[in-house]
Design a protein around this ligand. Sequence first.
Ligand SMILES: Cc1ncc(COP(=O)(O)O)c(C=O)c1O
Length: 392
Amino acid sequence: MRQKTLKKVYLDYAATTPVHPRALKKMLPYFSEKFGNTMSLYELGQEAKTALEESRGTIAKHLKARSEEIIFTGSATESNNLALKGTALANRKKGNHIIISSIEHPCIMESGKWLEGQGFKVTRLPVDRYGLVQPTELEKAIKKETILVSIIHASNEIGTIQPIERLVKRAKRKKKEIYFHTDAVQSFSKLPIDVNKMGIDLLTASSHKIYGPKGAAFLYIKKGVRIEPLLHGGGQEMGLRSSTVNVPVIVGFAEAVKITHKIMKKEGARLSRLRDYLISRVLKEIPCSSLNGHPLKRLPNNINFSFDYVEGESIVIQLDMEGISVSTGSACSSSKLQASHVLRALGLSPEKAHGSLRITLGLWTRKSEIDYLLKVLPRIIENLRRLSPIKK
Ligand SMILES: Cc1ncc(COP(=O)(O)O)c(C=O)c1O
């Protein structure tokens, strides 16, 4: 039983975020009095349609894209499936080769596996010890049959930020007719993104990682990209995603985009300071600890440690008993109890990968909470190490 005096400290913002009160307020009327279907011709439907198109315009503006290049979906998993499978299926005649990195989110890794089952060839690019894809490796992997490259913008596990603009340039220099997709779920609203400047053809982002509600995401599809829909039906979302449009959550998503972009620079600087403070104190105060991911090229809110001789899951449980929520890797892989494929791709041993802890900060994170974590974490690690069967 949790004691009443215990603090509640949420440090798992990469898994999901609470809905911002202003986003919640904005979306509520679309559940009740403004409940129309965007396909209905009468006023109630048109009111919903207007809200949908305004939301699309808001999101497009923040990416420097055009409104008609934004397709709303139900999740980033769906957007990533559409990006990979949709472009692969539509461009099959041009080639059957796809390149991804070895540190993608499971929804890209699994889509790649599915496409292999359909006769496509998939190359998984290696990364260096910080999780960076090398532009020369990408260039080497591109063949005349390559139709698509998909590389995550910022890692959900280790926070490493890829040099997407340089990777796009290298890829397109080798082969002009190639599509470049990036999964920007963890970077969108934390880092500035200009799809034209970066040369991106497809980009995925999600609402519930940026203080919007769950159930909304988008895929940016540059004008002219050939893509096959995965859902067929009433022809919503320019024929690319049939389904009655989920207007309330899309309205909440767009409001969250406005809020987070307005404070991006200041909030990024504040979180970077907290991140660096936590990293330096842990590395100094906890023996046999190390940082995973790039020391500088990393998301302002991401910290990923390995602690030798302990299991990440045990630390998560012990911290939970102290009222602190953190995670071992991504929320999706932490239930599988397998060493993270991302940490393994960095070259970490299975033991070191199993001793990992991901701490992600957000809008409501305060220094007092980091200090509280710093107070309880060394004791937890020390106790677990004392009980650990793994030999020191
Ligand atoms: C980088 C990345 N891509 C894709 C996803 C999938 O998002 P969702 O579970 O919202 O579909 C996540 C969620 O953790 C993510 O972090």
